[in-house]
Design a protein around this ligand. Sequence first.
Ligand SMILES: [Zn+2]
Length: 224
Amino acid sequence: MARRRATGPDRATVDLVLERAQYSCEVCDGELGHVRGLHWSLHHRVPRGMGGTTSPMANSPANLLLVCGSGTTGCHAVIEHNRSGARAAGWLLSHGQDPLQVPVLLERGLRWQLLTAEGSYAPVPPEDTGQWCVYITGMDDLIPMPDRAMAERRATHFNQWSEEYQKQRDPSRDWPVPRAEVKPWPYAPADHAEALAELRDDDPEGWLLEPATPETPRVDHRSL
Ligand SMILES: [Zn+2]
């Protein structure tokens, strides 16, 4: 009788993913029980095709997430049942997407990472998180912005104001000229959302943040 072809990751790969995740669920950071398939399981970000492995990447650590539960419980079930949320977090990818290139949201939304083929995490280029801020030199101020376009507009306004202001000042005083620069948000993604919410509370008139308009819908960078 022909031996059934194994379609899952081999033991060494499973161990790599367990070590990468330090034996915690990579989605909720929860502790895992002992029984594979019950307390914890490996989720394939690009789902396996009909009949098993269709791509050499299918069982790469980059395509695997260590999650609590089985397909019907825990975070594994969350991924299966909330497909759009799972796509936004990089937990679920389409066929043709490269798991090495798409960042994944880990630890209850605390951080974005890339997964490597070697079973480690790698930093995400900040441009890829879609989170932006305006940095004011001289004042060392970091202002979160909801998107890059608004960050560019705010920086331009600030720099026009700053130049006007310089003209009115006593040129003999050697004060630094504050400049606004658009930068990727350097801190955790969750902090960006929190800082943005605080800024909206402090800024009801919309001096810093324009109200979101229906004409400019948010576009998920990964769908581009
Ligand atoms: Zn979990």
